[in-house]
Design a protein around this ligand. Structure first.
Ligand code: RNT
Ligand code: ZN
Length: 416
């Protein structure tokens, strides 16, 4: 064990923080890593562009275009990230046999067998997402809320197929599968009717959830959004819609993506509010820069604050944490690694915060001391604990991992 860690451990111990315990706790927390950072949310079931209220920007070379490439890139990225992981797959990442193709309403577990093999070989669970975008059947920007019966039907069938696939993932891996429903349904300009699209949306999700599944194995979520690119004036799945939907439908979780709120709202404050009511909630962790831009997650103030809230609420086992960003303008492996490591840092730093002591100061109204202590916590020797954690997890430390990505870029990515 290195000396710097020994010193840091003592400093933390004076505040009542056991850093060894923090490290052990974090090793057991699964973080879901999104496959879609590797190919700019393209997937394998269509040739068209990314459409539907989300957008990637940039054209960095070396993007994965086949399942083999995407999995190899994920492997590389995951090997540089400490901690326990799950993978997060979208329905558009179905893998077909040569010459085979089925539309999204007909997808079956077998189209995801290779993802199951990938996950099982690495001891990981899988989370899943129906893909309600980048498809010709998105009619006038609408899917589940469309006034067109046939369109709605197609997407409901897609959702049901995804429930069956989620159940398969959970059964195969032995890890519950979080299935997240997000659509970009909405209008660019001021609509004349804001309620009926939402009633249709509600009924469509209810129909999807009427597909039988084991509630212990499949965790359906509804993800809200404030607006999307090209969908600025109205979003069917707004914050209120999604929250009320989840709270009135047993077994359905609210999913908060911190890029999906007004810029002065913070998800860190919403986490404890929701945990006061829901047994479990889900998160998409991202970095929204002015709009839902999906910049790479950093170890910044709000990221740390969100992790702190989860830890303070003692809710590491009640919050499903998934990363969600897609930067196409930089090396995609680095984008993954920086994001995963940042979230791991945020969790570890939260676990190394003297939360009990701070709470006590608040409850006894020692608010001056509370402020003083919170400020002092910011300069504790966290870097040494992080270094120790990376070492124990057998992954490269901060100064070293980027060399490996550069090598991989030269030897693999640039040859594509
Ligand atoms: C889009 C949502 C959604 C997607 C993924 C790809 O604004 O955040 O979660 O990013 O499903
Ligand atoms: Zn999201």
């Amino acid at each position: 064990m290195n000396n710097r860690y020994q010193e840091a451990k003592k400093i933390y111990a004076r505040l009542g923080v056991d850093t060894d315990l923090a490290i052990e706790k974090l090793k057991k927390v699964a973080v879901s890593v999104h496959c879609w950072q590797g190919d700019d949310v393209t997937g394998f079931d269509h040739d068209g562009p990314l459409t539907g209220g989300i957008q990637t920007t940039g054209n960095y070379p070396g993007k994965a275009t086949t399942p083999e490439q995407l999995m190899a890139d994920m492997d590389k990225a995951l090997s540089l990230c400490p901690g326990k992981k799950k993978i997060n797959v979208h329905a558009c990442y179905a893998i077909f046999e040569k010459g085979e193709y089925v539309d999204r309403d007909k997808l079956e577990p077998k189209h995801f067998k290779k993802w199951v093999d990938f996950a099982k070989e690495r001891g990981m669970g899988i989370d899943f997402n129906p893909t309600f975008f980048s498809h010709p059947k998105v009619k006038n920007g609408l899917t589940l809320s469309s006034p067109d019966e046939e369109t709605r039907r197609f997407w409901i069938e897609h959702g049901k197929a995804c429930i069956r696939i989620s159940q398969y993932f959970a059964e195969e891996t032995g890890v519950p599968c979080v299935m997240n429903i997000w659509t970009g349904d909405g209008y660019k300009d001021i609509p004349a009717d804001r309620m009926n699209p939402r009633i249709r949306y509600k009924e469509a999700i209810e129909e999807i959830l009427s597909e039988p599944f084991d509630k212990a194995l499949v965790k359906p979520c509804v993800e809200s959004k404030v607006f999307g690119i090209g969908v600025e004036s109205f979003t069917a799945g707004s914050a209120e819609f999604s929250l009320v939907f989840a709270s009135t439908h047993e077994g359905c979780l609210p999913l908060m993506d911190n890029g999906h709120y007004h810029p002065t709202e913070v998800v860190s404050d919403k986490i404890p509010a929701l945990l006061a009511f829901f047994p479990e909630i889900a998160l998409h962790i991202t970095r929204g820069v002015r709009w839902d831009s999906d910049h790479v997650l950093l170890f910044d103030d709000e990221t740390r604050e969100m992790a702190k809230e989860i830890v303070r609420c003692d809710a590491l086992d009640r919050v499903y944490m998934a990363l969600d960003y897609f930067d196409a303008s930089i090396n995609r492996i680095s984008a993954w690694v920086v994001g995963v490591r940042s979230w791991q840092k945020a969790l570890l730093s939260a676990l190394c915060t003297p939360n009990e002591m701070l709470r006590e100061l608040q409850d006894t109204n020692q608010l001056t001391e509370l402020m003083v202590m919170m400020e002092e916590c910011k300069t504790l020797p966290f870097g040494d604990v992080w270094e120790q954690y990376c070492q124990e997890c057998g992954v490269a430390s901060d100064a070293l991992w980027f060399e490996e990505v550069k090598k991989y870029e030269k030897e693999v990515l640039l040859k594509r």
